[in-house]
Design a protein around this ligand. Sequence first.
Ligand code: SF4
Length: 687
Amino acid sequence: MSDIKTDLKYVATTCPYCGVGCGLNLVVQDGKCIGVEPYKRSPINEGKLCPKGATCWEPVHSPDRLTKPLIKKDGKFVEARWDEALDLIVKKFKETSDKFGPKSLGFQVSCRTVNEDCYAMQKWARVAFKTNNVDNCARICHGPSVAGLSLSFGSGAATNPFEDVLNSDLIVLWGSNVVEAHPLAGRRVMQAKKKGIPIIVIDPRYSATARLADDWLRFNPSTHIALANSMMYWIIKENKQNKEFIEKRTKGFEDLKKMVEKYADVEKITGVPTERVKEIAFKYAAAKNAVIIYCLGITELTTGTDNVRSMANLSMLCGNIGRPGVGVNPLRGQNNVQGACDMGAYPNVYSGYQACSSAENRAKMEKAWGVTGLPDWYGQTLTEQINQCGDPIKAMYILGLNPVVSYPDSNHVKASLEKLDFCVIQDIFWTESCQYADVILPGACFAEKDGTFTSGERRINRVRKAVDAPGESKIDYMIFGELAKKMGLKGFDWKTGQDVWDDMRACTPSMFGATYEKMEKPESVHWPCPTVEHPGTPILHKERFSAADGLGTFFGLEYRPPAEVADAEYPYTLMTGRCIFHYHTRTQTDRCEVLHYEVPESYIQINTQDAKELGIKQHEKIKVRSRRGETITIARVTDDVGPKVLYMPMHFDQGANNLTNTALDPLSKMPELKHCAVAVEKIVKEA
Ligand code: SF4
């Protein structure tokens, strides 16, 4: 008799990792996830998955899952009842708020959890404590995209869908290693290449993506604005700009033109000879439809917002906005970077980017939420909250984040968290940050709840419950509902993910028509979707930009060097990034045998000539120091990085963020995670 079991259940859901938002089926047997199966109807990935997506079910039933609330007593965590833990949180947050005011609390929301959790947490923070100190970890990846694209286009989101690259005549990948960081978006680029669509990669590193380029341009790290300004100078000088588009659809062209006149020759800054700048610029200007795709190489710098605006400048200069095959598209590294911002887990906006500073918006939200006195002030961002631990921030609530590993300057983060009077961490696993908490609450992972993730192309994808959460762990939005009810607040009586979503839709004009019903279709729906009859908006800015006057804005932007540049003491420039096998701080991916096997520990790429001069051999352990800390890591000797440039993946605890710089982009408050000065030492073994 066959022992093949046939009682398998297939639950269509969305990959919990990057912002591509691939569809997949979780395979469930006897109440447990046992694998994934391709979801061929998904128009995003057409049944294909990258190594992370294919193993995403493995951490779900890990024995390491948090399953009970924990309270720190006498320096040790002990198991607690839910009531005890929630009562303590309410008591401490109320006491702190009553004594020190709403600016003494910090709320940090993960981009990895569903929209419904993000909306629930920010609503609870705003309604219960009248604070705007709510932010999410988009701050340390795509905060500059939200700020920059909003300023240029009136909307801080990607303009075109991923598959639209197949309609392009030229794809420019700038500061994006799409093949490793967003593999199924990378698949679209590979499909485009097969179609004969040329690809330009602009990156200081010869990455996996640069390898498939028709034209790879290496330039000095963090000199984007100078390079873009020079490209625009030559396009204007040779009269190759799109005059009709500039005249009809934009403003500020004269400011841009005046600024770029200083940038004819930028070889000293960028390392790129003028003839090469002209070559790339004229290719972009000549393409009928050209798309710019960028990622953290553009954003994670103190010039992040200006870098993003430079991408917008270039696209508008050549009229590459508002139709198939064009656009400016930031690739989001986490599944719900777009959604966490959309949900109002942001210090200056409610859901759908409705400004808190507007009296009209506040009155509307007060009516919707049945509350008075919502604040008008701009709350503190994620990293500002860390800097303010102790004064004025006394209590912090961290949902699904691991600041000790993922924020810049780990030593600074640890010292800051120690200054808090009270800290709550809600997560699915014990992380390096948990020891700094007073209460730890066990949440539910993507396989255990109904909800939505919004991908980098503004597509709202359904997440569906496949299995129960382990032990006593709870669905995160329900935890916020319980906290609110303990405080006697109304409007938090959600029973399902759809209840939370509909609560959000009711007060969010740009998403009012994005119903769960619409998301039943594999292609789901892209916001804006203002009415139930509306089909959604895959391409933005078709007839007019999203700004109030309908125009796109050019900005004349001056090049500024990074906050910390290499010098005699720290002569190397460190860049950071992702590798295909890991996701963020590896809390989940390191629990997958295959992924751990591929990259079990941190490494650093060092140029062949530099390694030779330092006597460093392939795979030798070396010490890397910055002004903030040091780390021991494995050398990968390669010419993929240029002389005096190093590259390190950001996923490891004893890794890049021991070294990185907390200096902030003045507009978006993005820390300079992509650029700092370091020294490299060979480790000399004692005889
Ligand atoms: Fe998941 Fe991103 Fe891989 Fe798709 S490309 S399977 S969304 S990690």
